[in-house]
Design a binder for this molecule. Structure first.
Ligand code: BGC
Length: 731
């Protein structure tokens, strides 16, 4: 009897020890590991998981009010202001070995458009219309970040933005929901790879949920007056697409969405994200966004702010320490139920398990030379820079430059600049990694032309003392390349501008150069669309190079010489003047569209360059689009084809943008909506067919103000290159 009971207790102890190991057992299903671990955690441990502190020197000037904290072993996450994997591993070792349960810390950082290999800003990336290339760039950014100790990036930003006064327009993919969705998904795929636990994958974070792009007047951190219709139709679709693509996490926004801030909004955070879309990762607040609920007038104090944010669906408190300070009391007061804490902790642990952090918590340490700027990374940086540049104007074939351009005046504040080409959010970018425009151009033309470089003036201010040197160089030249633009801090966070024109000194400089009578090529590097109403008439050609990252110099030089045929098209409209804002291609129809009624009296109502504008050195002819049928049932599919020919003398790449328009619907629809795009290279004289398979449910339906989808019968148009083809949907 005694023997049996000893045997039984041995078996029990064995079973218990096995059970004790479930969360550490690599082979156990993630959900069982989470359940096991949560059951073993005490309240303090759980609450710590819901907090994110910072580690290292915070170099983000906008991240105000940070208190230096020591790092507790059991902290959920750290914003990791470092690129030193050895230091990261030391912190992680403490968490793994000194905390009671050995829960790894999640190291997050803003890897926005590259880590050390800095790519063009996101707004520019979308002008490439090359999501596959963007995926490759994001995959390399992930690899560089991972080798530096980062597990999680606060990117992509998929906030549709239609007000270029808002500095953060640089960080997203422009004015169109579909474009934001496509490039958001491409970026998520690049970061997360096939599997989050792959050695080179990092977790993505969709931000800023939601409607931050509608910040009133383009002023940052402000109210956004968003109707439910706009929320569903414009701001939510990119998030839905990226959630479907498996984005691990989401960041709640600063803005107040029609009275309920994004960081305390149960409708967006719980009803939509978690219930309808079934997102099972977690939501982190934006920096200080929980404490700011007090400023936004929805919480009386920090405790209430924490309560509101958490109950709305924000699982992790970025830096505010509000969850840490207040949750014990809120739980004791039975305001926050334990089940909600357990759910939040489980969501955070789920991401950690998916990343494989429990099984491989440490960063593999390799030498910096093997970590960054590998030749493949540089090639992608160059390709993406070239594909994202947009030839806006090219009068009398000013470009590409011909052999007669023997003497080139390369002038302007951006000509020899490096740092500003990196753009905002490039913390790990190094000026010395950047090829300046003058370096790229000298390499390209150094043997065939004499290149004189002068700054002429600064980006702003009123010092004209450099004008005369630049003008005398311009007078001697065959062509003037004027490199203007914005400093990198003029866009990004907390970088709103009341006018999107360049400062007066830059405009005046070009007016003076114009007097030389020499051809002017305007090269613009900026983080937002610009007001070019005064500059455009002075220029023979204009190239928008955005903030191209490390490889802008050679990409631009290739376009100037004709080695590269430009193929970028705008992902955002350039208004004629700031006063036209908002102006975007997918507006709704005016009630009086003809006879100039409702137009501005003082200026044209047309923007200078529409979304989709971009020139090439060759010409493309479009045939008449052919529909597979003109009448189909709702459940049928329809295809439309168009033949495109390269009618010029050089190879070129064309992106075909396919739009849909529904002229009569139960709710008014945008005049046209982008539904598909495709990009192909064509040799001179070559023809090819571009095809769009229309799926009525996906491409013709609309969403109402409750997020319900409807597909109506009636007439529709498919629009390609301004040709409208009518077809009918029948019941
Ligand atoms: C920004 C976020 C960023 C966070 C962490 C905030 O100020 O709004 O976009 O991810 O800081 O650096």
């Amino acid at each position: 009897m005694k023997r049996i009971s000893i045997l039984l207790s041995i078996i029990l102890a064995f079973q218990l020890s096995l059970k004790a190991q479930i969360y550490k057992d690599k082979k156990a299903p993630i959900e069982s590991r989470i359940k096991d671990l949560v059951s073993k955690m005490n309240l303090d441990e759980k609450i710590l998981q819901l907090n994110q502190y910072t580690a290292g020197l915070n170099t983000n000037v906008n991240n105000i009010g940070e208190a230096t904290k020591s790092i507790p072993d059991g902290i959920g996450s750290l914003i990791y202001f470092s690129a030193d994997p050895v230091w990261r591993n030391e912190i992680q070792k403490k968490a793994m070995e000194e905390s009671r349960l050995g829960i790894p810390i999640l190291f997050g950082f803003d890897v926005i458009h590259g880590f050390r290999t800095v790519y063009p800003i996101s707004l520019a990336q979308a002008c490439s219309w090359d999501p596959a290339l963007v995926t490759q760039a994001a995959a390399i950014a992930a690899k560089e970040a991972k080798l530096s100790g980062v597990d999680w990036t606060f990117s992509p930003m998929i906030d549709v933005a239609r007000d270029p006064r808002w500095g953060r327009v640089a960080e997203g993919y422009g004015e169109d929901p579909y474009t934001n969705a496509m490039f958001g998904v491409a970026t998520v795929k690049g970061y997360q790879g096939k599997n989050l636990s792959d050695p080179n994958s990092i977790a993505a974070c969709l931000k800023h949920f939601v409607a931050y792009g509608a910040s009133e007047g383009g002023r940052d951190y402000r109210y956004s007056d968003v109707s439910m219709q706009s929320l569903w139709e414009t701001y939510l679709p990119p998030y839905e697409a990226c959630v479907k693509a498996g984005a691990a996490t989401v960041m709640s926004s600063f803005n107040d969405i029609s009275g309920v801030p994004g960081s305390a909004n149960p409708y967006t955070l719980t009803e939509i994200l978690k219930k309808r879309w079934k997102h099972d990762g977690f939501v982190v607040s934006d920096w200080d966004a929980i404490a700011q609920l007090i400023n936004q007038g929805v919480a009386a104090d920090r405790k209430e702010a924490g309560y509101k944010a958490f109950m709305a669906g924000v699982e992790m408190d970025m830096k505010d320490n509000i969850y840490f300070e207040n949750f014990k009391a809120l739980i004791a007061e039975k305001k926050i139920p334990m089940s909600k804490i357990d759910d939040a902790v489980s969501r955070i642990l789920r991401v950690k398990f998916r990343l494989g952090l429990f099984d491989q918590p440490y960063t593999t340490v390799v030498d910096e030379s093997a970590r960054y700027l590998q030749s493949e990374s540089k090639t992608i940086a160059q390709k993406l820079a070239a594909e994202s540049m947009v030839l806006l104007k090219n009068e009398s074939k000013t470009l590409p430059l011909t052999a007669s351009a023997r003497q080139i005046a390369l002038i302007g504040p951006m000509a020899a600049d490096k740092s500003n080409l990196l753009g905002a959010w490039s913390f790990n970018g190094r000026e010395y990694d950047v090829e300046s425009l003058s370096e790229g151009i000298t390499k390209e033309f150094g043997t065939t032309a004499k290149i004189d470089v002068a700054k002429g003036c600064d980006f702003d201010g009123n010092d004209e003392s450099g004008f005369s040197e630049a003008i005398s160089l311009a007078k001697k030249s065959d062509v003037i390349l004027v490199c203007l633009g914005e400093k990198k801090g003029w866009s990004g966070e907390n970088a709103s501008r009341s006018t999107i024109a360049l400062p007066a000194i830059q405009e005046k400089f070009v007016q003076e150069l114009k007097k030389t009578g020499k051809p002017i090529v305007l090269i613009l590097s900026n983080g937002r669309p610009l007001e070019l109403v005064r500059l455009e008439p002075l220029a023979d050609a204009i190239i928008e190079i955005w903030q191209p990252g490390i490889a802008g110099g050679s990409a631009l030089a290739g376009i100037l010489s004709g080695r590269i045929n430009p193929s970028g098209k705008l992902s955002i409209t350039f208004p004629l003047t700031t006063g036209q804002i908002p102006t975007y291609y997918n507006m709704r129809q005016s009630a009086r569209p003809s006879g100039n009624q409702g137009d501005y009296q003082d200026i044209s109502t047309q923007p200078l360059y529409w979304f989709g504008h971009g020139l090439s050195y060759t010409t493309f002819d479009y045939g008449i689009p052919k529909l597979s049928a003109t009448k189909i049932k709702k459940t049928d599919k329809l295809s439309v084809e168009v033949e495109v020919s390269n009618t010029g003398n050089v190879a070129g790449t064309e992106t075909v943008l396919w739009y849909i328009s529904d002229p009569a619907c139960s709710i008014s629809r945008p005049m046209k909506e982008l539904k598909y795009f495709d990009k192909k290279e064509l040799a001179p004289g070559a023809k090819t067919i571009f095809k769009f398979e229309i799926d009525p449910n996906r491409d013709l339906s609309y969403v109402d103000s409750n997020g319900k989808r409807f597909l109506e019968s009636g007439d529709y148009f498919v629009i390609v290159n301004n040709q409208k083809m009518k077809f009918e949907i029948i019941d």
